[in-house]
Ligand binder design. Sequence first.
Ligand code: FAD
Length: 374
Amino acid sequence: MNFLIVGAGLSGAVIGRALADAGHKITIVDSRPHVAGNCHTERCAETGVLVHVYGPHIFHTDDAEVWDYVNGFARFLPYRNRVKSTVGGSVYSLPVNLHTINQFFGKTMRPDEARAFIETTQADTTITDPQSFEEQALRFVGRDLYDAFFRGYTEKQWGCAPTELPASILKRLPLRFNYDDNYFNHRFQGMPEQGYTAMVEAILAHDGIDVHLETPFTHEMAKRADHVIWSGPLDAYFGYSLGRLGYRTLDFERFTDTGDYQGCAVMNYGARDVPYTRITEHKHFAPWESHDATVCYREYARSCGPDDIPYYPIRLVEEKALLGEYEALAEAEDGVSFVGRLGTYRYLDMDVTIREALDLVPGLLQRFGTPKSP
Ligand SMILES: Cc1cc2nc3c(=O)[nH]c(=O)nc-3n(C[C@H](O)[C@H](O)[C@H](O)COP(=O)(O)OP(=O)(O)OC[C@H]3O[C@@H](n4cnc5c(N)ncnc54)[C@H](O)[C@@H]3O)c2cc1C
């Protein structure tokens, strides 16, 4: 069968590869001049630094099969994401952990002491059923830590008051009462040595796969395919006929410097009067490399306009209602499978994207057959 896959990001590449391995003929189009979608990495010609062009991407997962899958296409090197936050004239460790708590309150508490201190002197225990992000934070973290580490960052990131956001955005227990400053809790974490684009190129390196870059989808193309896999924006497929699904977009203010600019990969800025949310310094995402110069991104979040790159789906009440209407249209569209972060309008980490892509394939093979055994 001839499959047309729209999008050469992780979703399109993983699905395309599995279908090609099974003997199908795959055409992939992407409007961008490169593969790998938002995970795209590119070496800076001036500094030699490997840059995460659409924002930093750290691979982390508990899914051993997905970890094996990515390691089959790239050499992963160990990397631990350790994030810092500059606020109120000090630099703190994130996620908020025992070091952060002791430093912030000028104490030397042990884990149980800190837990009791937060619960009895900080947490707002009058909130029994937190409804909003703010209530959730006040219940478990208290006003002081909330104002320093959660409030301003969240306002900048989402462009609204934390009282308008659901409690579920903040994890139930957003504090750690030990010195673990590993940002992610997963068993496996690492970075592909040569970047994500090289990994996706390896996934796509198959005789049965043709990739056409700088080629936006047209409905004319779909007529030549037996089935379309769509990893572009769900609303875009339908020409935004019901309106646009809301996203936040990011502006990256790129700058270079010599030496080491901030000493870590990610520095958050929680204060409301600092307009950016964080600065990322890309050479620290590849600590095994050595470069004299450095490339940094100042990251600003704002509402996504029609010509902007959609980054984070907003998914509040209004958007979910519109999503439901688009999902009904998608359901009725027999010749198309909607996949990935844009095609399903969800924030998906890379490992979840790969897991969902791998899980979709057996159903497609059942429906369209398996020309040759994998
Ligand atoms: C700022 C940011 C940071 C992130 N950091 C992490 C992280 O640290 N760790 C992690 O696991 N995940 C991270 N993610 C998530 C990660 O980016 C996604 O899991 C991944 O990009 C999803 O891949 P995808 O193929 O579904 O979508 P995409 O990567 O968006 O690929 C979709 C592709 O479709 C193409 N396309 C769209 N419309 C058309 C059209 N009409 N015609 C042709 N082509 C089209 C696009 O050009 C794009 O290349 C992050 C996401 C963001 C936004």
